[in-house]
Write a protein of this length. Sequence first.
Length: 61
Amino acid sequence: MESKKGLNFFLVIIALIVGAAFFRNVSISNLTVEDPALTAIYFIVFATSVYLIISDRKSKT
């Protein structure tokens, strides 16, 4: 039998929360950010969590 494994729930929650905070700090109409340092940290954490989700899915298949 083949073992089915789902997404890492913890990483998905982190990606959703940090991604929402990231997009809340970026003003698309003006192309500005409220706090550049905090926005950079949000982006790094968001990109890392998405990368880990994708790499985890590739290793399970």
